[in-house]
Design a protein around this ligand. Structure first.
Ligand code: DGJ
Length: 751
């Protein structure tokens, strides 16, 4: 049983294969958090709590007379409240009808159900009934009638737990939620490092690791999307944790809007983490009888290091967050025309690219921005989702059929959440944009935002995109969003409810995506927000892959994809080979390095293939063949970070879950004279198994010459030797040298 309740002592233990999460209803009805870590069974862990009169930390009324050592200010809790004596970051802040800001929760009851709860209208981890259990703990404020249901999902086999909260106003007067987080968790004794993922447009999800210090530290977004700047995924780990050892917890917020993750080391060195919707852009009025549902956080703990943490997260996102037939189906190798043509194309030019790409083995052609309305640059046309037949030289259906006739599937780009001032849609519905009456709005890329919090806007977009998808043989959609939201305001709500706009926008977006993905189940949707500006587990519930960054420079991509891999599986990482010199950096990585970086993702191309030399085309044919050969290993295998790009050589490994085969890829990021050999320890192999190790340089011209000189082309070694002894990579002989190492298990006869 995953959830064990000891009603007599008020102890609730959530058990997974290797972890235990425990809470306790204490004598005052407060829900304490008593443990999260390696599996310990169901002993009441509250014996660890050290109570002491902390002077300036007050006591709840019922405790104060006898227990001056009992303070909510220092007790570890499951859902902290603002205004009633806990001064650390709160999960819940309520403005009551009398203007006071106070809430005090005490447990009313709890129940366990089979299966994993769902959250209508919001992304949530899903599981078969036999794979999960759910716990619901009901707490209430005795003064106002505010009630909170804490929701927990437990997936024991995966070591994954989820949390969310539903807040209901059972009182007689309206209240305003000023903060409603999804998760609060306290550690009494652990001293943690905090790993967050920061970035900017074209340089997303760079990991930063710092020891948590006294005071509140936070990352978050108020940009309307989860943002390029801070990702809604974070790790707390013990200072000694490495890729292969050490305690660490990972928290992934299934939400694509404004978020806040706060951590505090408090006065007595305890650590608290609170995750949820960002309170700066949130104020939600609950009339009597109304409820508010928070989004969900999924999390996991391991003492097996950061690599194991990532592999668990990869698995849960791949198998229990990404949905639809494309979550598991083999995805096509695609070519996108954006960097090949930008806005400057005709239907004939696209067909030319598609034909050439088809001859190389590419399976899907994606027509990017510029095919609709008056859209020859990024100053106009957004919102006018009607094909520009003059530019295409034919109808959308005819273009799709021409692409199909070239042997390719056909896909399109859309940016339905945005609108240009110079568009028919804006002229017809100026009140559909996000704008504060009487103020000029902030422009970004010269575009405005459509108010997705409004039902009629959602309906219009559903109707328009559906009409487009039904009008032509379209099997892929790239859903883009190219600006941050500002001037938060909706014409559809009265002043009292304006604080609901940001979250209502996200709910609207989710509703549109849900409707479209359910109506067009065969279409593969790829998320995008100026690259990776909305790369989060919430979007992955609707789009099983996301364009990882607008930066297509292979060497920069090594860093971006390295950071991304901590929280997200390879199958979600949109990655393409592009032209050199690279359009973002001006740098020229060899085609072998560009192919290798893109292969550590969904793999595609984004260049004018008609301009390639025949040698380059041949190399691309080889890359596609390699990707196809190893598709299952790359997309569904276990991923190991063996060396970070900053170490001079980025090395990663894909291993079959049973250790039956593996593929190691390495790209040298620094090459020195008289080089020191680069050595890595492989992982995920069978210790006793004997592996045939084949090293290749995927550059067909240089490769044959060099690999012979520095490495025996093939040898047979045990898994134990490769893991414990390691593998020395052949020395690099040029900039951005790539090595590809295939490991295949030999049969008993050594073959
Ligand atoms: C931003 C995307 O990330 C690019 O790939 C491209 O689709 C452009 N938008 C088109 O405007």
């Amino acid at each position: 049983m995953a959830i064990m309740t000891d009603r007599e002592n008020g102890v609730i233990s959530l058990q997974t294969r290797r972890t235990t999460y425990q809470m306790k209803v204490d004598q005052f009805g407060v829900l304490l958090h008593t443990y999260y870590g390696g599996r310990i069974g169901s002993d009441d862990m509250s014996y660890q709590i050290c109570t002491l009169d902390r002077g300036m930390s007050g006591n709840p009324y019922e405790a104060g007379k006898t227990r001056r050592d009992y303070s909510l200010d220092v007790l570890p809790q499951e859902y902290s409240c603002w205004g009633t004596g806990d001064y650390r970051p709160s999960a819940l802040k309520v403005r009551n009808a009398d203007g006071s800001r106070a809430v005090e929760l005490r447990v009313v009851d709890y129940r366990v159900e089979e299966g994993k709860y769902t959250l209508p209208g919001l992304p949530a981890v899903y599981a078969e009934e036999r794979e999960a259990q759910s716990l619901f703990v009901r707490l209430a404020d005795r003064y106002t009638g505010v009630e909170v249901e804490l929701q927990y999902g437990v997936l024991p086999e995966l070591d994954v737990i989820t949390r969310a909260a539903k807040i209901t106003n059972r009182g007689g007067c309206a209240v305003v939620l000023e903060k409603a987080a999804s998760l609060c968790i306290d550690w009494q004794f652990e001293r943690y490092d905090w790993i967050t993922f920061h970035g900017r447009h074209c340089m997303e999800r760079i990991p930063t690791r710092q020891a948590l210090r006294h005071g509140v530290q936070s990352v978050g977004s108020t940009r309307g999307g989860s943002s390029h700047n801070y990702n809604p995924f974070t790790i707390l780990c013990e200072p000694s944790a490495t890729e292969t050892a050490g305690a660490c917890c990972g928290f992934s917020f299934l939400y694509s809007g404004d978020f806040l993750m706060e951590a505090e080391v408090d006065q007595v060195d305890q650590t608290r983490l609170v995750c949820g919707i960002h309170p700066d852009s949130f104020a939600w009025t609950l009339e009597p009888g109304e409820s508010f549902q928070t989004p969900e956080v999924l999390f996991t703990y391991t003492d097996g290091g950061l690599g194991q943490l990532s592999r668990t997260l990869h698995r849960v996102i791949r198998e229990h967050v990404c949905r639809g037939e494309w979550a598991h189906k083999r995805r096509p190798v695609l070519i996108n025309n954006w960097e090949a043509t930008y806005f400057d194309f005709t239907g004939d030019k696209l067909v030319q690219i598609a034909r050439e790409a088809a001859s190389l083995g590419v399976e899907l052609f994606v027509m990017d921005d510029g095919w609709f309305g008056k859209r020859d640059d990024d100053n106009s046309g957004l919102g006018d989702w009607f094909p520009n037949e003059k530019k295409l030289g034919c109808t959308l259906r005819e273009l799709g059929e021409r692409i199909n006739a070239a042997g390719m599937k056909f896909g399109i780009w859309v940016e339905p959440e945005a609108v240009s001032e110079d568009s028919d849609l804006y002229r017809a519905h100026p009140d559909w944009v996000v704008q504060i009456p009487g103020r000029r709005p902030c422009l970004a890329r010269n575009q405005l935002i459509l108010d997705f919090s409004r039902r009629e806007v959602q309906e219009y977009i559903i109707e328009r995109v559906s009409a487009i998808l039904s009008s032509a043989p379209i099997s892929y959609v790239k859903w883009d969003f190219n600006r941050s939201i500002s001037d938060n305001f909706t014409h559809s709500l009265d002043p009292r409810h304006q604080g609901e706009f940001s979250h209502r926008y996200v709910l609207g977006l989710y509703r549109v995506l849900e409707t479209l993905t359910q109506t067009f189940p065969h279409v593969l949707f790829e998320g995008c927000s100026a690259g990776g500006g909305r790369f989060d587990a919430g979007m992955l519930y609707y789009t099983p892959q996301i364009w990882c960054s607008d930066n297509t420079d292979a060497i920069n991509r090594l860093d971006i994809q390295y950071g991304t891999s901590f929280g997200y599986p390879i199958s979600t990482v949109g990655a393409h080979v592009s032209a050199v010199p690279n359009h973002q950096t001006g740098c020229s990585a060899p085609l072998s390095a560009r192919g290798c970086a893109a292969m550590a993702g969904t793999f595609g191309f984004e260049l004018d293939v008609t301009k390639l030399t025949s040698a380059e085309k041949e190399e691309i044919r080889g890359q596609i063949a390699t990707f196809r050969e190893h598709y299952d290993l790359i997309q569904n295998g276990d991923y190991y970070r063996l060396a970070a790009p900053g170490e001079g050589c980025a090395v990663w490994e894909f291993a079959a879950r049973d250790g039956g085969e593996a593929l190691v890829q390495a790209v040298f990021t620094r090459v020195e004279g008289n080089p020191v050999p680069f050595h890595v320890h492989l992982q995920g192999l069978r210790a006793e198994g004997r592996y045939r190790v084949g090293v290749t340089d995927p550059d067909p011209v240089q490769g044959s010459k060099i690999s012979k000189l520095w490495f025996p082309r093939e040898c047979v070694v045990s898994g134990a030797a490769l893991e414990r002894g390691g593998l020395t990579l052949p020395l690099p002989r040029r900039e951005y040298q790539v090595w590809q190492v295939r490991l295949t298990l030999c049969g008993e006869d050594g073959q």
